[in-house]
Structure formats: structure tokens, C-alpha cells
Design a protein around this ligand. Structure first.
Ligand code: TXE
Length: 479
């Protein structure tokens, strides 16, 4: 089965005729191929986007609202097909694809289809003399590059505001999980999205992705991926004065005080630790527990981690499918070996899981809990992005903040306490773009989404995204 690029409203192979193998990580088999696109394919996509921009940027928000909702309707109609494709491509449990990834892709599109109807701007009056009004106009051709962990979810999270704001898009999903991006192309064709408004180019990051970032006609790029890749994009785009939105890695702390609702805290920490095999930038990978409840919490977390079912992603009873690739599982296993070298104790998990039959070739790993590591070690400083969490006790609020803030990342965090003043105090001082108090992954799409330090630059979500994908122009009328 060969995936195609979506350029100028039609499906094409790469001009070079090159193909890349696409693996099913649940059994380690090649099951499809993707175009090995390069600058020539990106050029064709940019030309199509440029040609489509005048009409798309002036067709009116109601027309964009109509077409985007039609795309969302088709995603909803095809939820099961898309969920099956997402799990086959990424290895994630089908229940995650069905209840998280695909519904959220539909929600992303509907949210921005309506948000654009309410997207106003400001005016500033100079009494008796002049009035200023601000236009927020679409930029033109923009780039959207997304990762493999939440493929259609993060792909649409960027494409939807870009299109709603009136831009035309050249987008690239990860070469590890291209399938739902390809299925989205076919949905857009069926929905009647005008040719060239959205173009999807498949291929390798350093080749097709780099060609998007460095194309002179692409004036803004929205990226989600690793921090090291974010640095490469920034180095390329900065001298070209492009707008950049960078959603990068995380190493998120859970700060759990003794006065928390224990059952809520431990059950949510199982999810925030191991959802999607820990392959979500918002997962909490460092768990700090106030000493009086440290052992009780540790033992209960380990007990529940051991009860998670690692298995066939297509079995509705599976909690955790396979990791996304052979290389990624090796990376995660490497960090578990490092954790032991750095003095940690692996309390459970961290072992490859051998499944029967054709699944024996899959990249499965049992969820791991580690204790006994210092905060400054690499295991606690570097993003592992797998089913691995570390535990550390603390005695005071000050110490908890120092531990939580003691990394170069600052994306998300959770605070568990029944003392609302303490929750607000810690939330104010924790270095993160997102703070959840007594919850995790409660998402309102209107809120600013993004991180500080090495977790990125800029914010997505709501008007933040619509402002990223528009240019502000101040018009002053003297009277
Ligand atoms: O991300 P990459 P990968 C972290 C996580 C993971 C690490 C690497 O730690 O192990 O990043 O994951 C494209 N110019 N996160 O390899 O390489 C690439 O093709 C332009 C956290 O998947 O950053 C893909 O489409 N594009 C993150 C996208 O960038 C380039 C989620 C992401 O790939 C490029 C995923 C280049 N030079 C990984 N090089 C999160 N915050 O959720 C690559 N790409």
C-alpha cells in the first residue's frame, strides 16, 4: 500500500519516485510505503498554496467555517477507520485512538472553525483627532510539521487554526506515523477543500521537513517535536525572519503533598505516567511525593503499574500497545540501563514484553517505576518519552519547588494538595507553561498551550494560535 502526497488537490508520489518503508510497530512488519519527498515536492506544494491563497483568504470566515466543519463531519463518520489506522501506524492501544486521538482531531477542527467567527481585534481612539484599528490578516503560505506521538491529533491542532485564519498550508506529518495524514488528504478532497489550500508532503525530517522550513515563501512554521530538532529549525528560520511556534520536549513534575486525595492522586498519576506509553509531551515523568506518604504512594503506584496490560493494540482490553519504533524502544531501554548505572532501583517493569504469534516482532515494553536517583542525574534531566517514571520524596514546599524546577524543561506540571493556598503558591512559582491542580490532561482548547525553557517558544490554542497565524496591521485614520 503506497501513501501519496496531497498537492494542489490531487494525490501524487514523490517526484523523485523514491519510497520509504512504513512499519507496523505492533508486529515489526513493513506494511506500507511513503513518498521520499524532497525540495521539489515542497516547491510544488508551495506553488499550489500560493495560487490558492487569494481565493481562500478572501472567501470569508463563514465559508471556511462550512468547509472545516464538513472535514470534521467526515472525520467523525470515519472514526473507526481512522482509529484502526492510527493504532496500526503508531502501536498505540485502539482504545486510545478511539477515545483520544481521533475525537480530538475532530474537536480541533470544529474548535477553530468556530473560533474564527469570534476572532476580533482592537481599536484605539485618539480623542478628537484620529482612530486606530488593528487588522489581523492571514500570513499567506505557512508550514506545519508534527510528530509521531499523537499523529492526527497534533497534525490537525496546527492545520486547523492556520486554515481557519485564511492561510494556505504545506504540512508534513512524522515519517513514522503518516497514515492518518494521508487519510485526512482523502477526507479533504471529499469535503471539497479547494485545491492547494492544504498540501501534505510526506518524507524525512532533514529532507522534506527541512525543505519546508527553509522555503522562502513559507513565512511561518508551527512545529512540535524534539528539543534538538527545534534548535535546528530555529537556526534555519531565524535568519529568514520567519515566525516560529516551537512545541518541544518536556520532563514534567508531579508534586504530591501528603494532604492530597490519595486515590485521585495515585490513579491519575498512573495515567499521567503511562498513557500512550508515556509518549505524550504532557506526561509526568518525575513524581515528587511528600515523605509521610512516600512509601504508601510508591507501593500503590508500583502495584497498579504491574497491573497495566501490555498487549495487542487492537485488543480492547489492552492498556499499553507497542512503542512507536524499534529505535525508540532501544532509546527507552538505554535510559533504564542508565538509571541503574546512576544508582537507581527499578521497582518494576522496563523489560521487553514478548507476545505470541506475529506480535512477537512488536516493540513492547513493560511500564517502569524507578526510585533512588538524585535530581541532577541524566535520567532525571533528559526526556525519555517512554513508560518510565522516577520517584523522589521531599520534606518541604521549598524543596519540592527546587526539585520540580531543577531541569531545563518547563512544559506541564501537576500539583496534588487539598490546601488551595499552597496549590496557588506553588503554581505561581513552578516553571511551566501548564499547571494542573488535582487533575491531569484536563484540556480547554481556548487556553494558551506551550512551555518555557527548553520546552519551546510560543503558545498554541485559542486566540494564541489565531494570532500566531495572522499578522497584525495597525491602520490609523486622522479626522
Ligand atoms: O521528533 P523529531 P522524533 C521528543 C521525544 C522524542 C524526540 C525525538 O523525546 O524521543 O523528541 O522524536 C520532523 N527540519 N518528542 O524523532 O525528530 C520530523 O520528520 C524539519 C517530543 O519524532 O523532532 C517529524 O515530522 N523537520 C514531542 C517532526 O519533525 C524535521 C513529540 C518531529 O520529529 C527535521 C515527539 C528538520 N531538520 C517527540 N528533523 C512532543 N513535544 O510532543 C525532523 N523533522
Amino acid at each position: 500500500m503506497q501513501i501519496q502526497n496531497y498537492i494542489n488537490g490531487q494525490l501524487h508520489p514523490a517526484q523523485s519516485g523514491g519510497w520509504l518503508d512504513n512499519f507496523n510497530p505492533s508486529n515489526g512488519q513493513v506494511y506500507s510505503q511513503i513518498p521520499d519527498s524532497d525540495a521539489a515536492d515542497v516547491q510544488a506544494a508551495v506553488e499550489a498554496a500560493e495560487a490558492a491563497f487569494p481565493a481562500w483568504s478572501t472567501c470569508g470566515v463563514n465559508e471556511r467555517y462550512r468547509i472545516l466543519h464538513r472535514i470534521a463531519d467526515l472525520i467523525r463518520e470515519r472514526l473507526e477507520e481512522l482509529a484502526q489506522a492510527e493504532s496500526k501506524d503508531s502501536g498505540k492501544a485502539i482504545t486510545t485512538s478511539r477515545t483520544v486521538d481521533i475525537p480530538r482531531a475532530e474537536a480541533n477542527i470544529r474548535f477553530f472553525a468556530t473560533a474564527i467567527l469570534h476572532f476580533g481585534s482592537e481599536s484605539h481612539q485618539m480623542e478628537g483627532m484620529a482612530v486606530n484599528y488593528t487588522l489581523r490578516q492571514p500570513i499567506g503560505v505557512v508550514g506545519c510539521i508534527s510528530p509521531w506521538n499523537l499523529p492526527l491529533y497534533l497534525f490537525t491542532w496546527k492545520i486547523a487554526p492556520a486554515l481557519a485564519a485564511g492561510n494556505c498550508v504545506v504540512a508534513k506529518p512524522s515519517e513514522l506515523t503518516p497514515m492518518t495524514g494521508f487519510l485526512l488528504s482523502k477526507i479533504c478532497i471529499e469535503a471539497g477543500l479547494p485545491a492547494g489550500v492544504l498540501n501534505i508532503v510526506h518524507g524525512l525530517g532533514p529532507k522534506a521537513g527541512q525543505a519546508i522550513v527553509e522555503h522562502p515563501k513559507i513565512k511561518a512554521v508551527s512545529f512540535t517535536g524534539g528539543t534538538s530538532t527545534g534548535r535546528i529549525l530555529a537556526r534555519t528560520a531565524a535568519p529568514m525572519f520567519k515566525k516560529l511556534s516551537l512545541e518541544l520536549g518536556g520532563k514534567n513534575p508531579n508534586v504530591i503533598f501528603a494532604d492530597c486525595n490519595f486515590e485521585e492522586a495515585v490513579s491519575t498519576t498512573v495515567r499521567s505516567s503511562f498513557a500512550n506509553n508515556g509518549q505524550i509531551c504532557l506526561c509526568g515523568s518525575r513524581v515528587y511525593i511528600e515523605r509521610p506518604i512516600y512509601e504508601k504512594f510508591r507501593d500503590e503506584l508500583v502495584r497498579r503499574a504491574k497491573n497495566l496490560k501490555v498487549g495487542d493494540p487492537f485488543d480492547a482490553g489492552t492498556d499499553l500497545g507497542s512503542l512507536v519504533s524499534k529505535q525508540h524502544r532501544e532509546k527507552v531501554q538505554g535510559y533504564l540501563a542508565l538509571a541503574r548505572e546512576e544508582g537507581g532501583t527499578v521497582l518494576c517493569g522496563g523489560e521487553p514484553v514478548e507476545l505470541p504469534g506475529e506480535l512477537s516482532g512488536g516493540y513492547y515494553l513493560s511500564p517502569a517505576v524507578v526510585e533512588g536517583l538524585p535530581n541532577a542525574c541524566r535520567t532525571n534531566q533528559e526526556e525519555i518519552f517512554g513508560p518510565v517514571v522516577t520517584l523522589q520524596p521531599f520534606d518541604t514546599e521549598e524543596e519540592a519547588l527546587a526539585l520540580a524546577n531543577g531541569v531545563e524543561y518547563g512544559l506541564a506540571s501537576t500539583i496534588w494538595t487539598s490546601d488551595i493556598s499552597r496549590a496557588a503558591r506553588v503554581a505561581e512559582r513552578i516553571q511551566a507553561g501548564i499547571v494542573w491542580i488535582n487533575c491531569w490532561m484536563v484540556r480547554d482548547l481556548r487556553t494558551p498551550f506551550g512551555g518555557v525553557k527548553n520546552s519551546g517558544v510560543g503558545r498554541e490554542g485559542g486566540t494564541e494560535a489565531l494570532r500566531f497565524f495572522t499578522e497584525a496591521k495597525n491602520v490609523c485614520i486622522k479626522y
